[in-house]
Design a protein around this ligand. Structure first.
Ligand SMILES: [Zn+2]
Ligand SMILES: [Zn+2]
Length: 256
């Protein structure tokens, strides 16, 4: 299994695309997040509609799902060869989001042949051959009815990737990451920016240390994070395993 980075930034315009990752194994492809700009990198990363079996989103902030409309439009207009059984998956409300995109942008976003699947805290399902388990994370919601942002544990062939989505520090993240081969965690801000909605250079290190992570990969960098010495901040928080600061276009092998 290998993990690729289509976008490691946020919705703030920068050289980084917004959130987008790809998991690839045995010829099958699961897209993780679909933030603005992340689909621009599909061709360079060897992706097309025929290969992508599922698109999984963590929550409904625009930096994680803003390119879904472009994807729907692209497959309608370009009439590409499309993976049979393409699935869009995300938290409760995902179906309503896709329907709202059609209302907003018109009938070119036809998705009659698309399966839209919703996950909640504790849901386990198989997407494009990858076993996905969802956990509710600690990230702001507009109201109590809105589904929580989800983190995912994604497993295949005895390997596991844990993905934080967007979250502040929480026990569920520690549980999600424990024993994973790769812990892919957001690191929105430098340590000086205190927040309970996201992780910063200190709290991400504390989470990784608590989960006894062996290989920590950081992503979801706001511009202020790019100006900080995140590696030093993570180390001074007590994390001493392998550390990677992701860049758009990177591929890493998920192995022990
Ligand atoms: Zn968010
Ligand atoms: Zn975000």
């Amino acid at each position: 299994m290998r993990l690729g980075f289509l976008g490691t930034g946020t919705a703030i315009p920068s050289a980084r695309g917004a959130s987008g990752y790809v998991l690839e194994a045995a010829g099958e492809v699961l897209l993780l997040e679909c933030g603005p700009g992340s689909t621009r990198r599909w061709p360079a990363m060897g992706l097309d509609f025929a290969r992508v079996g599922a698109v999984l989103c963590s929550h409904h902030h625009v930096d994680h799902c803003g390119d879904l409309a472009a994807l729907l439009f692209g497959r309608t207009v370009a009439r590409p060869e499309v993976h049979p059984g393409l699935v869009f998956a995300g938290p409760r409300g995902h179906r309503a989001l896709v329907d709202a995109l059609v209302v907003a942008f018109g009938d070119a976003l036809v998705h009659d042949d698309l399966t839209v699947t919703e996950l909640d805290d504790g849901t386990a399902l198989t997407l494009a051959g990858f076993v996905v388990r969802a956990r509710a994370m600690a990230h702001p919601r507009r109201n109590a009815d809105e589904a929580p942002a989800l983190g995912y544990r994604i497993e295949r062939g005895g390997r596991a990737v844990a993905f934080s989505g967007d979250t502040g520090p929480c026990d569920a993240l520690v549980e999600l990451c424990r024993g994973a081969d790769v812990a892919l965690m957001e690191c929105s801000y430098p340590a000086a920016r205190e927040t309970s909605s996201h992780l910063n250079g200190r709290t991400v290190g504390e989470m990784a240390r608590a989960a006894e992570v062996e290989r920590l990969v950081l992503t979801h960098f706001y511009p202020a994070a790019d100006e900080a010495d995140l590696a030093a901040e993570v180390r001074s928080a007590g994390y001493d395993g392998e550390l990677v600061l992701a860049q758009d276009g990177l591929w890493i092998e998920v192995a022990r």
